[in-house]
Design a protein around this ligand. Structure first.
Ligand code: LFR
Length: 490
């Protein structure tokens, strides 16, 4: 019996078929497609109709394999959304969270709605691109969509609606808006009212694994397919990735490694206090109404941007080549704080890295190897900082770190992470989010009793590679330098 998971990332998407043979999960990729954001004028937008087209292509390819999936679900990156008019049609293209329209909006909102008030009510970290600031930016800019909108749907909600005609707001993704109150268990109507957005836009919040309709009959006719029940997954990809962490103990730390690095632990209740606010930790909703106490780290985005930059200059390095060049470059020559705002938006990363190093009195990395080494070492060092904070804020001690997601194919980064944190790294599965998406569907169908049973089966189904820490003395010294340069507090 097969089920279908769509997992959309910031640069590509894919459709995976999952099946259980005995007590093992098998996955088969049926469709992979690019997700290229499109810049029109000054605005960076998602090509949402192309994504919907690719989802239908995935259905066709599944049919051509002779497979009739028992259910399907979609997960994607968080915070972004579409607004629908009264007739149910999409108004405009969803903005990309890296668009500049939110620049300065968060800070100006704090003048009328205090930061502490927002955090007490939502428990969500302050990221300039959170939905709340995107909506405020559109309002400030006098967007006509604000007058015409009737409903708010996040990216997977929207694609699911295109497929089924039914509108639901899925819980894990909803929490990332910074408009949801985990203590009342509903949208925060007071906050929504205070920022001047109509409450009527926001619908029923559905848990992961909820029945969310069937494929529209017109699609079935167009594609020549049978009915497929559609479920909500843990539709925020990070929620799905953490669902797939093959931990056997309740107390564990994870790093979901892709365009972003998301590091933290799973907790039963949100941790909302002065310390989590001070260190800008978040409490995003997870499977089984758990919460992810975590922090966003800029992740592989900076090297992905550099790679694109090199391609434009005619230097087409593969990731494997980039990793090799990094390995050959001199160690600990220069560090950046990957989370400096300088690196958030698309653009010329080489000069920004050099600008950062210049302003912190360091030598300036030059060639691809030096730049890549600077990024990977800085990430590994930032991971140590955030792991220590996670221990402190959750009052736990971890004896190792689970790494999941495509970023674990970078074995050098896995090794350097183990070296930097001084603890073993357990890397796998690389398919993180897609496997978590499948797991939630199987829980909904009663195949697994809960997430812990699912994690056990995931542990037995996918290889997990252990990286033991080495070179500790040099990494310890580098950590001291890094913290000083990045100005990171205790
Ligand atoms: C990872 C992720 C992060 C979120 C960022 C923007 O793919 O979903 O969790 O902060 O993308 O949506």
């Amino acid at each position: 019996m097969n089920i279908l998971a769509y997992d959309l990332g910031a640069s590509s998407g894919r459709a995976l078929l999952g099946r259980l043979t005995g007590s093992r999960i098998e996955v088969e990729e049926v469709h992979r497609f690019a997700n290229d954001p499109v810049k029109v004028g000054e605005r960076l937008q998602w090509d949402i109709l192309r994504l919907y087209h690719e989802i239908k292509q995935g259905l066709l390819k599944t049919k051509h394999l002779g497979v009739q999936p028992q259910s399907l679900a979609i997960d994607s990156w968080a915070v972004d959304f579409g607004l629908l008019g009264r007739d149910g049609e999409l108004l405009g293209n969803p903005y990309h969270y890296r668009d500049w329209h939110t620049h300065g909006v968060m800070e100006s909102m704090f003048q009328s709605v205090p930061k502490e008030y927002i955090f007490e009510r939502t428990g969500i970290q302050f990221l300039t691109f959170n939905t709340i600031y995107q909506l405020a930016a559109m309002k400030q800019a006098g967007s006509p969509l604000m007058r015409e909108a009737d409903r708010f749907l996040m990216i997977p909600d929207l694609l699911r609606y295109f497929l089924t005609g039914e509108m639901l707001n899925e819980f894990t993704n909803v929490t990332s808006t910074q408009l949801y109150n985990p203590l009342s268990g509903d949208w925060d109507w007071e906050l929504i009212n205070r920022i001047g957005i109509p409450g009527s836009w926001f619908g029923r919040v559905a848990d992961p694994g909820t029945e969310a309709g069937r494929i529209r009959s017109s699609i079935m006719t167009d594609l020549g397919i049978e009915a497929i029940p559609v479920l909500t997954a843990a539709e925020h990809d990070t929620a799905s990735a953490v669902a797939a962490v093959p931990a056997l103990e309740r107390s564990f730390a994870y790093l979901s490694c892709g365009t972003w690095s998301l590091m933290g632990t799973e907790v039963d209740r949100p941790v909302i206090n002065e310390e989590t606010l001070r260190f800008n930790f978040t409490n995003e909703g997870g499977v089984g109404r758990s919460f992810r106490l975590l922090k966003n780290i800029m992740g592989l985005w900076i090297i992905q941007e550099l790679k694109r930059e090199w391609e434009r200059e005619g230097l087409a390095y593969s990731f494997t080549e980039i990793v090799q060049l990094a390995e050959q470059a001199p160690a600990f020559a220069a560090f950046i704080d990957p989370d400096d705002e300088l690196f958030l938006h698309a653009g010329d990363m080489r000069s920004r890295i050099r600008q950062y190093c210049r302003s912190t009195g360091q030598s300036l990395p030059d060639g691809p190897g030096e730049l890549a080494r600077c990024i990977f070492e800085s990430l590994a060092l930032k991971y140590r900082y955030v792991l220590e904070l996670t221990e402190k804020l959750s009052n736990q001690r971890f004896n190792g770190l689970h790494m999941v997601g495509g970023g674990i194919q970078n074995t050098l980064l896995c090794q350097w992470t183990a070296d930097s944190i001084g603890k073993p790294v357990w890397a796998g599965p690389a398919e993180g989010s897609a496997v978590g998406n499948l797991a939630v569907q199987w829980i909904a169908q009663g195949v697994f009793s809960d997430i812990w049973e699912a994690r056990k089966v995931i542990r037995e189904s996918f290889p997990v590679v252990t990286y033991e820490p080495s070179g500790r003395e040099a990494w310890e010294e580098a950590y001291g330098c890094f913290r000083q340069i990045a100005g990171l507090a205790d």
